[in-house]
Design a protein around this ligand. Sequence first.
Ligand code: C5P
Length: 294
Amino acid sequence: MLSTIQIKSYAKINWTLDVLFKREDGYHELRTIYQTVSLHDTLTIAETHGPIETVCDDPRVPCDETNLAFKAAQSLREATGTSRGARIEIEKRTPVAAGMGGGSSNAAATLLALVKVWQVGIDDRELFRIAAALGSDVPFFLIGGTALGVGRGEQVHPIEQVHCQHLLLVNPGFAVSTRDAYERLSRLTSSEAASIIPFALLAAKGIRELPLAARNDLEAPVLAAHPEIAEVKRRLLSLGARLAQMSGSGATVFGVFDNLKTAERSETEMRAAGYWAERARTVDRQEYHATIFQ
Ligand code: C5P
């Protein structure tokens, strides 16, 4: 019998994102602290006798061979030598090209699901290698929770989990290209190492203070090019967010709130102002793996 599986594809934010320098391979050397959050897409992955196909309910997502879930399935097929096919249905809830790792998460979820659906044996090292070749953020979604990303972000290390119940994710409705965000930063910082990782800060304040010690080197150059994102930050802070910061290369901004009431009120206000806004909370590594398969 051909099997079908449903998998949650969680989104991420970056508590910190420090860019150290531009490398010879064109990528930027990073230190970032990734965090999975409760917002998620849902993937339904069915084994078929045909080719690999992807379908998505959001017309902004390409369903051809450029789709990262498609590429993930293709790579796993090549690596394992299986001749099985798959139909990958993506129910999109995470904003696209928004700094929340939507495509990368879909790719990692596809790998995790297809290992089960196709019943192929592959060791973790190989799975991480495939994930890293798909994109810098993809390996993180194989582990989830709170994790440190080094290199171009693809080398991930689990760290103590950060819990935050009242997040508000706000997107101004346009996409930001990750490549453009990094190029803007390179022009600003030239050859200087941009900054030092905030571990001293973390050591002083403790991991629990991370939501307040947050920082993102891509924010200033992206905000300079897109004042609409600065406006989202300003509004979140005036609505009572303890912190409002751009996630990844933007344009999504996350707000950290003290309680449900202010988070809910802000969600209502931001939606009334025409923004996409969605409350969320952190998903730690244990919950990530316990809930990913529905
Ligand atoms: O790895 P990924 O395909 O997601 O990266 C998209 C683009 O973002 C890269 O082609 C590169 O221009 C930029 N990038 C970078 N440094 C990183 C990650 C991404 O310059 N660490």
